[in-house]
Write a protein that binds this ligand. Structure first.
Ligand SMILES: C[S@@+](CC[C@H](N)C(=O)[O-])C[C@H]1O[C@@H](n2cnc3c(N)ncnc32)[C@H](O)[C@@H]1O
Ligand code: SF4
Ligand code: SF4
Length: 343
């Protein structure tokens, strides 16, 4: 028994997508199966999600397990899945749009020791937030639940801000709203193209100057409000130079499959990350170890985009988010598509 335990894979971070279904249709949503004409989404399938999670936890010891989707709160008995993760020794985080989160859910997640609840609040005004989520009433429901999470335990709520043209005007007031809720750790993602975001790209996309200005404003607010900011979408360093934003921690995207955050969905499909549409394998057909080893050695992730050849920042930057390149161009070989938007 002990021997079998030792042989388990050790994974630092896994995003487990419990369902593809969602009650919102956020204009920026990267879920790769959304977009023009490809919208047949299966209803939440709790039994399959549970079976897949059991299989996954039987094969790997996972340091941090993020339950995502689609909208994870659409799953009945999501608490049992959290419990499974906790009993397997994982720190479990829940990524939710907050609109379906009840007082009972919050109390149970607290009892189960959920690490963080990550809730996007896209503006301090209902009008702006709801126009992005395309669900009337979503701002009121999300912010009400978020306040309860924040009041339950200091530092438990992680607000998420997705920067786009649609909320560019309200960065400061939205960050003040987070501070007023008592939050000091915030996730700030630039809009990363993919999924439904491809349909709304024109409405959402900021120019390079605007993007740099948005990050400068986030950085200044972080200093003023004493916040720690995590930028969760890797970005070409020739576009956003981390040195210019000292209060923001930037994600770097490694292509080492054994140490990077992998994404696995409720059907058992394994992907490079949540933004990538490409399935590396399925854990019902092949062991996770074999999927990782085979994918790491097939050369797919080794290419250097033409524009990055010789760049001294390559080892850290890796050309930005090339899962977005897969979504836009169908290949990992090209530089992040954010580089082809206007200055
Ligand atoms: C796909 S959602 C799934 C979980 C849940 N439905 C939610 O919205 O929180 C996971 C996270 O990705 C963020 N996200 C979605 N699309 C994005 C995009 N195109 N660029 C950056 N972040 C994005 C969401 O705001 C959310 O914080
Ligand atoms: S970002 Fe989350 S809430 Fe919004 S459409 Fe995507 S899965 Fe649903
Ligand atoms: S590696 Fe490529 S994307 Fe990154 S800074 Fe260099 S040229 Fe820019």
């Amino acid at each position: 028994m002990l021997f079998a335990h030792r042989k388990k894979l050790e994974l630092g971070v896994v995003v487990f997508e419990l369902t593809d279904a969602c009650n919102q249709a956020c204009k920026f949503c990267y879920n790769h199966f959304k977009g023009e004409g490809v919208c047949t989404v299966e209803a939440p399938n709790y039994r399959l999600a549970r079976r897949t999670l059991k299989r996954l936890l039987g094969e790997a010891r996972i340091g941090s397990l993020s339950l995502s989707g689609g909208e994870p709160m659409l799953l009945p008995h999501i608490h049992d899945l959290v419990l499974r993760g906790r009993m397997a020794g994982s720190n479990v985080n829940v990524l939710t749009n907050g609109t379906l989160l009840t007082d009972d859910d919050i109390a149970i997640f607290n009892d189960l020791g959920v690490g963080t609840l990550q809730i996007p609040m896209l503006a301090d005004s209902a009008e702006v937030h709801d126009s992005i989520t395309q669900l009337p009433g979503s701002w009121l429901r999300a912010t009400t639940a978020a306040r309860k999470v924040a009041q339950t335990k200091a530092g438990w709520l992680t607000p998420v801000l997705i920067l786009s043209r649609l909320n560019y005007g309200s960065i400061e007031s939205t960050m003040r709203m987070y501070a007023e809720m008592g939050c000091s750790y915030i996730m700030v993602n630039r809009f990363n193209i993919g999924g439904l975001g491809k349909v709304y790209a024109e409405e959402l996309t900021l120019t390079h100057d605007e993007l740099r200005s948005a990050f400068r404003r986030v950085d200044a607010m972080a200093a003023e409000l004493g916040m720690t900011i995590h930028s969760g979408v890797c970005t070409p360093m020739c576009l956003l130079d981390p040195k210019e934003y000292p209060h923001i921690m930037f994600t770097n995207c490694s292509t080492d499959l054994s140490s990077r955050p992998l994404t696995i969905n409720y059907r058992g499909d394994v992907r490079f990350c949540n933004h990538s549409p490409r399935v590396l394998g399925n854990i019902y057909n092949e062991s996770l170890r074999s999927i990782i080893e085979r994918s790491a050695s097939d050369g797919y992730f080794d290419s250097v985009p033409d524009s990055c050849v010789g760049c001294k920042l390559w080892q850290r930057c890796r050309g930005g988010c090339r899962a977005a390149s897969e979504q836009m161009y169908g290949t990992f070989d090209r530089i992040d598509p954010v580089m082809s938007t206007t200055n």
